[in-house]
Design a binder for this molecule. Structure first.
Ligand code: PLP
Length: 359
């Protein structure tokens, strides 16, 4: 009988919510689709695609469109099958056997997941109660533990908090580690380091089409770094990593500035609706805390988050639960937001009544 390696046997799969829910606020997706006229162009582009041919290995069309939209040199950009693929490529390429990775917690769970696959030792620093990254502590840990690569999201998923540019620059200049800066949510905030990427020899910035741009179904992400690092990422990725349909369809969206200029604005307005609702609930003690968000989702604290999570699923509403007391809720349509706010309020009231009943 084939004996599995311990590593293979220990893989813990990423586990998104399955099942059909009326309201999906669990995956930080956009609630907006591309415009009708762009969708028609996309349909035509699909019809015109040479399905018998391999796609362009360097995805030059979407890379050019991304570069124009974000004002970066296309020579610094590599496209991936989602930024997820790029995380995996970067960790398995830049690290040698035994070299150490640093992550912080809470942060995007895939970082640790991929280091488990590459078998690089991974040290994880717990964030303080305020969930902010302590830059001094990170720098000190990188030096003391001889960390070769630090990967984190900014703004952070799931905390929704951001680290300002000056703080990120300190990580880049005061350490010799590779800094992988995942800016998946930076379309919702204004502290990107994209325009400075060439100034650093130890910086890789990740961006994605999945969140603000609303193209999660296509699987398209970008790594932006100086030419030397970009050459290595391009050499290491699998040759035809971004399929032809994604390349052609995404290029149409990336050539229309609407999705970068206006869609994030709409998603931020929606998130503000959620934040205002939860701020009122926090003021009245129905929830414990609301974190200030730089993203298209909010993080709140409640007593017994798994209970809220289950009850919300019974209402047909999916959100993400973290540990015993945190819920992450993606900004949805106005109606979806109203529903999730009133569902959480009624669950909280019900819980309080039950507690009073047992006194
Ligand atoms: C959603 C998300 C991604 C995933 O992006 P894809 O391009 O869809 O793979 C990457 N990083 C963070 C922090 C995310 O929340």
């Amino acid at each position: 009988m084939y004996r599995l390696s311990e590593k293979a046997a220990a893989i813990d799969p990423y586990d998104p919510i399955e099942g059909i829910y009326r309201i999906r606020l669990d995956a930080n997706e956009s609630f907006l689709l591309p415009t009708e006229s762009d969708r028609e162009k996309m349909a035509q582009a699909v019809l015109d695609t040479a399905l018998n041919r391999y796609p362009d290995p360097l995805a030059k069309e979407p890379v050019a469109a991304f570069s124009a939209l974000y004002d970066v040199d296309p020579k610094l950009v590599t496209a991936g099958n989602g930024s997820d693929e790029l995380i995996s490529v970067i960790l398995s390429t830049f690290l040698q056997k035994g070299e150490r990775v640093l992550t912080v917690s809470p942060d995007f769970s895939m970082y640790r997941f991929y280091t488990a696959i590459t078998e690089n030792p991974c040290i994880t620093l717990s964030k303080n109660d305020d969930l902010q990254i302590d830059v001094d502590q990170v720098i000190e840990t990188i030096r003391r533990e001889k960390i070769r690569l630090f990967i984190f999201s900014n703004p952070c998923n799931p905390t929704s908090l951001g680290l300002d540019r000056a703080a990120v620059r300190r990580l880049l200049t005061e350490t010799e580690a590779m800094i992988v800066l995942d800016e998946a949510y930076m379309d919702f905030w204004d502290q990107s380091l994209l325009s400075e990427v060439e100034q650093y020899d130890n910086l890789i910035i990740l961006r994605t089409a999945s969140k603000a741009l609303g193209l999660a179904a296509l699987r398209l992400g970008f790594a932006v770094a100086n030419e030397r690092l970009t050459g290595i990422i391009r050499a290491a990725k699998s040759p035809y990593n971004v399929n032809a349909l994604t390349q052609t369809v995404a290029s149409i969206a990336l050539r229309n500035p609407l999705y970068k200029e206006w869609y994030p604005e709409l998603l931020v307005q929606s998130r503000q609706q959620l934040s205002e609702g939860f701020a009122q609930m926090a003021a009245k003690g129905y929830i414990q805390k609301l974190y200030p968000s730089c993203t298209n989702f909010v993080l709140i604290e409640v007593e017994d988050a798994p209970y809220f999570h289950r009850e919300l699923l019974d209402f047909g509403i999916a959100v993400r639960c973290f540990g015993n007391n945190r819920l992450r809720i993606t900004a949805g349509t106005e109606t979806e937001n109203k529903e999730v706010l009133s569902a959480i309020l009624s669950i909280a009231k019900h819980r309080l009544e039950e507690q009073e009943g047992t006194l």
